[in-house]
Write a protein that binds this ligand. Structure first.
Ligand SMILES: [Zn+2]
Length: 111
C-alpha cells in the first residue's frame, strides 16, 4: 500500500504532499499537532494540506516552533478558536514538551 504525507516546509511555510518512505502496509498514525501527516491516498493528503495552508494563510491556524525542542507543531483552526474563546495564549511549546513539563512538575510536587 502506498503512503502519502503532508509535511510542513519551513522555507515555503506550507504543507506539501509527497510520497512517504515508509515500507509495508500500514500508514503511520497521525498525532494531534504534528506537522507531518500521513494518508493512504494522495488526494486526501492534498485536501488536508490545502485546508491547513488556507487556514494558516488566513491566520486561523498557526505553525509554531517549540521553544524547548525547536520542533514545529500545528495549532489547527479548531484548537486556535477554542484557545481564543477561553482567553488562552498561543502555546509556545509542543505537546510532547508540555506533557513532559507537566509530569516533571507533578513529580516535583510529590517530593
Ligand atoms: Zn517541544
Amino acid at each position: 500500500m502506498k503512503c502519502y504525507k503532508a509535511q510542513y516546509e519551513e522555507g515555503t511555510r506550507q504543507f506539501k504532499v509527497s510520497e512517504c518512505e515508509v515500507e509495508g502496509d500500514t500508514v503511520p498514525k497521525n498525532n494531534h499537532n504534528d506537522t507531518v501527516l500521513y494518508f493512504k491516498n494522495e488526494a486526501q493528503a492534498q485536501k488536508v494540506a490545502d485546508k491547513i495552508n488556507k487556514a494558516v494563510a488566513e491566520d486561523k491556524a498557526n505553525v509554531v516552533k517549540c521553544k524547548t525542542c525547536g520542533k514545529f507543531f500545528l495549532v489547527d483552526e479548531r484548537e486556535k478558536e477554542w484557545m481564543q474563546s477561553q482567553g488562552f495564549e498561543m502555546p509556545k511549546n509542543c505537546l510532547t514538551c508540555r506533557r513532559k513539563k507537566r509530569t516533571e512538575k507533578n513529580n516535583t510536587n510529590k517530593q
